[in-house]
Each structure stands twice: as structure tokens, then as C-alpha cells.
Ligand binder design. Structure first.
Ligand code: UDX
Ligand code: UDX
Length: 445
């Protein structure tokens, strides 16, 4: 099938490349000329394992192409995926300006049946608004008063891609969710995904949009739950890793997403939790449970800084080395990374901050000021009063801590992701602090 994907960011680009990979002919569109120029040369502007080789392969056999023209792509396609950004407004609501603009551009280019598919994470009822926007912007010849004479469909098809393993997640979906209002739209979407032989969840548009928000919010809730348990473990003197292990064997709970640490970040969870809270309020439901999820997540970063202050005493002029700043491993993405708040707070207290991250430093340089960037963990450790592990990159598991200890001023390590839980750094002479490992002095009483 001829498919267009509008918006070639983390989600749109992976979607476009993988749709080509399963046999379709895809045009990826973006309004960022620079990005499109590089993509046409086979250059992937993001770090996503496995994406670049697929991009080159399908550029070569012409199953994948790039354009900055929505009109051009829409005319050539039967299905048009909208995957443009849906950033948060000040009040937490999803900003759907780009979605509305793109829907209007698509409508003006329509001269035959099109299936318009929401891929971006959008609040419930957005599909209905896209339908109205398209009907209002169709070429005049298809509009007789409020009557519309050109057949089209809008559908919701939310993505469940985790950054760092997005290609894998696309090719091995737990389920493909489609929200449709016609059998034609259902048939087309089933045809698009048939090569993956996935479990299809077919529902109405609003329910499909809610499945996305509810899934992300539940995953965020699971993370905040184990982070709350970690705080209790620190107070009573227990080990959150053992608690998570014991909980996880219950198939109704599952061990995944029970990793305590400095909390969740990224371009989805923080934004989707805010948007879902706002959407619920506007619909008349006060989602206090989800507000608590958000505040536990904020607390985790503040508590981590407090632990550092507690152990380092004066922060001013202390040299603090940061191992990893990306919001999670295997990505270069810094959006809402927990490292941002932690580093800015420590700098505010006068710390001298050094950073090393295997992939995210180019993006980090757009975010931080007055930070020293190092090219490897050993240069980073040079002269540090302590190290913070904020992103659990695999390469950090193989560090030579004897060598690291020799170059540090003081051998203190704060492990924000419990990466070193099974490597007794204490044996290498480190003062080691994890999250939820019963580290805090037991409360008296
Ligand atoms: C975005 C949303 O943030 C996410 O919630 C949604 O699920 C999918 O789309 P992501 O791909 O990470 O996720 O966003 P981003 O990397 O910012 O990509 C958006 C792309 O759309 C950018 O490349 C931007 O240039 C492009 N864009 C934006 C357009 O092509 N046209 C526009 O009008 C606006
Ligand atoms: C998430 C969802 O998993 C995905 O389905 C959705 O489409 C987009 O949002 P992503 O944000 O890429 O994917 O990464 P994910 O692996 O979910 O991690 C999100 C954040 O939670 C990261 O900051 C990670 O460090 C944190 N996290 C994850 C924890 O703190 N503990 C955990 O146990 C798991």
C-alpha cells in the first residue's frame, strides 16, 4: 500500500521505515528541511539501534522516500499517518496545533478516498476534531453547504514504541490497537499490519485514544509505586530490589517496570501523565491517583539530591561527575531526562559538574550550561568528589573501579538506577549509595 507518514521524528521515522520493512511504499514528510535533507542521504538524526541500516536499505530499493510536501505525499498515498509532535502546553494539556495544521494541509490535498491515521499520542476526542477539520478544509468541489461528498476515514492507531528498542517493538507488537468508524478503515489497517500477524484490538476512536493514555499512565504508576516502596525501604531498612523480585513472580504483577531509581523521564510519560490529568479534569473526573504518580516521580529526584547533600555536606565547589544523562539507556534523547533537574539543582548550589554519556552529549550541550563534557568515564572521574550514575548504560557495568578510585578525590558513588547493586563497590573501597537499599539511617521510634 502507498502510505505517507507526516512527522519524521522518533515515532514517525521508525513507523515509516518499519512500514517499508513489512512491504509498503512509504513517503516520510517533515517540515524540518535540514532533517529531510539528511534523511535523503541515509543519515538518521536520532540514535535508535537498527534504524540506520533499514533506512539505507529501503532508500536504495525506493520503497522509502522523503519529502517536505504534505500535498505531494497525500496525493500519492491511500493511508496518511499523522506523527507530528504533541508537546505539553504550560497547563499540561497536549498542544495539538501541529495535528490540526497537518489535518488541514492533508484535507486541501485530497482528491480521492484517504484514510487518515492518528499515530501521535493524542487525548480522546481528537479523532472527532480531525474529522471536522478535514471536512471543513476539503477542496470546495467536495463541499455542498455542510454536506461533504468526498469519502474519507479517520482512525486512531497509537504507538507503543520504547525508545532504544523502537524497531524491535514495531516488529514485535504485543498488540496493534485500531480505533475505526468504518469497515473500510478497519480492512485497510488490517491489511497494513497483516505481515506482522499481530493481535489486533479493534474499537472506536475514543477508546483507542484512551488505551494509549491509560497504558502509559499505568506504566508510570507502576514506576512511581515501586519508587514509593523504595522510600519505605530506605526508612525501615529493606532492599527494594528484593521486594520487586518477590512481587514480580506474581504473574498479575510482573517484574518489568518495577525498577526503583530517580524516576521516569522521556518525551512520553511526563507529557502523557500531564495530558491525561488535564483531559480527565476537563471531562469532569479528578484523577488524584495520577497526580500522586506525578508527585512521587518529582520527589525521587529531590530525594536523590538530598541524599547527596546529606553525604557530601557542602555542595559548593565540590566536583561532581555524572555517568549518563540520557533519560534512559540506548537513546540520545534528553527530553525530560531526570538528569536535567538533578544537575541544575546541584549547579544552583555551586557544584562543578562534569558529564559523560555514550550518546546523549550532543543533545545535552543544548540543555546544560557551564558543564564540563568528558570523552570517557575515567577522564570524568578525574578529581571528582563523587560520581552519580543517572543512566544505566551497559558500558557502565564494565568499568574498572580500582582505576576510577585512584583518580577521584573521594571514592563516593550515588547509584540513581541501582546499576551496581550486585557489584560490591564497597569492596573496591567506595562509599556506595543506591535507591531503596535501606541506606538511610533508620528512623528512631
Ligand atoms: C511525537 C509526540 O511527541 C508523541 O507524543 C507522539 O506519540 C508522536 O509524535 P516524537 O516523534 O518523539 O513524538 O516527536 P518529535 O521527535 O518531536 O517528532 C515530531 C516531528 O514532526 C519533528 O520532526 C517535527 O519537525 C515534525 N513536524 C512537527 C512536522 O513535520 N510538521 C509540523 O507541523 C510539526
Ligand atoms: C514509553 C512506553 O514504554 C512506550 O510504550 C510508549 O510508546 C512511549 O513511552 P519510553 O518513554 O521510550 O517508552 O521508555 P521506557 O522504557 O518506557 O522508560 C520510560 C522512563 O521510565 C525512563 O526514564 C526509564 O528510565 C523509566 N523507568 C522505566 C523506570 O524508572 N523504572 C522502570 O522500571 C522502567
Amino acid at each position: 500500500m502507498n502510505i505517507a507518514v507526516i512527522g519524521s521524528g522518533y515515532v514517525g521515522l521508525v513507523t515509516g521505515v518499519c512500514l517499508a520493512h513489512i512491504g509498503h511504499t512509504v513517503i516520510c514528510v517533515d517540515n524540518n528541511y535540514e532533517k529531510i535533507k539528511r534523511l535523503k542521504l541515509g543519515k538518521v538524526p536520532i540514535y535508535e539501534p537498527g534504524l540506520e541500516e533499514l533506512l539505507k536499505k529501503y532508500l536504495k530499493n525506493k520503497r522509502l522516500s522523503f519529502s517536505t510536501s504534505i500535498v505531494d505525499a497525500a496525493k500519492k498515498s491511500t493511508a496518511i499517518f499523522i506523527a507530528v509532535g504533541t508537546p505539553s502546553k504550560k497547563n499540561g494539556e497536549a498542544d495539538l496545533t501541529y495535528v490540526e495544521n497537518v489535518a488541514g494541509d492533508i484535507a486541501r490535498a485530497m482528491d480521492s478516498y484517504k484514510l487518515i491515521v492518528e499515530k501521535s499520542t493524542v487525548p480522546a476526542d481528537t479523532g472527532q476534531r480531525i474529522k471536522r477539520t478535514i471536512a471543513m478544509n476539503l477542496p470546495k468541489k467536495f463541499r455542498k453547504g455542510s454536506e461533504v461528498t468526498l469519502d474519507f476515514d479517520v482512525a486512531s492507531n497509537p504507538e507503543f514504541l520504547r525508545e532504544g528498542c523502537a524497531v524491535h517493538d514495531f516488529m514485535n507488537p504485543d498488540r496493534v490497537v485500531i480505533g475505526v468508524e468504518s469497515t473500510k478503515a478497519e480492512r485497510l489497517l488490517r491489511e497494513i499490519y497483516a505481515p506482522l500477524k499481530p493481535t489486533m484490538v479493534v474499537t472506536d476512536i475514543n477508546s483507542a485514544e484512551l488505551i494509549k493514555h491509560a497504558s502509559n499512565s499505568f506504566l508510570a504508576a507502576k514506576i512511581s509505586f515501586i519508587n514509593a516502596i523504595a522510600q519505605i525501604c530506605d526508612h525501615v531498612g529493606a532492599d527494594v530490589l528484593k521486594v520487586a523480585e518477590g512481587m514480580g513472580f506474581d504473574k498479575r504483577i510482573g517484574r518489568k517496570f518495577l525498577d526503583a531509581g530517580i524516576g521516569y523521564g522521556g518525551s512520553c510519560f511526563p507529557k502523557d501523565v500531564d495530558a491525561f490529568i488535564r483531559l480527565s479534569e476537563k471531562s469532569g473526573y479528578h484523577f488524584n491517583l495520577l497526580k500522586e504518580v506525578r508527585s512521587v516521580n518529582e520527589d525521587q529526584k529531590a530525594l536523590f539530591v538530598r541524599l547527596i547533600e546529606d553525604k557530601l555536606w557542602i555542595i559548593k565547589d565540590k566536583v561532581i561527575g555524572i555517568l549518563g544523562v540520557a533519560f534512559k539507556p540506548d537513546t540520545d534523547d534528553m527530553r525530560n531526562a531526570p538528569a536535567i533537574g538533578i544537575i541544575e539543582t546541584l549547579q544552583h548550589e555551586g557544584a562543578k559538574v562534569k558529564v559523560y554519556d555514550p550518546q546523549a552529549m550532543p543533545n545535552a550541550k543544548k540543555v546544560f550550561r557551564d558543564v564540563t563534557y568528558c570523552n570517557d568515564p575515567y577522564a570524568l572521574a578525574q578529581g571528582c568528589d563523587c560520581l552519580l550514575l543517572l543512566t544505566e548504560w551497559d558500558e557502565f557495568k564494565k568499568l574498572d573501579f580500582k582505576k576510577i578510585k585512584r583518580v577521584m578525590k573521594h571514592a563516593i558513588l550515588f547509584d540513581g538506577r541501582n546499576l551496581y547493586h550486585d557489584q560490591s563497590l564497597k569492596a573496591s573501597g567506595f562509599e556506595y549509595y543506591g535507591v531503596g537499599r535501606g541506606m538511610l539511617e533508620r528512623k528512631r521510634g
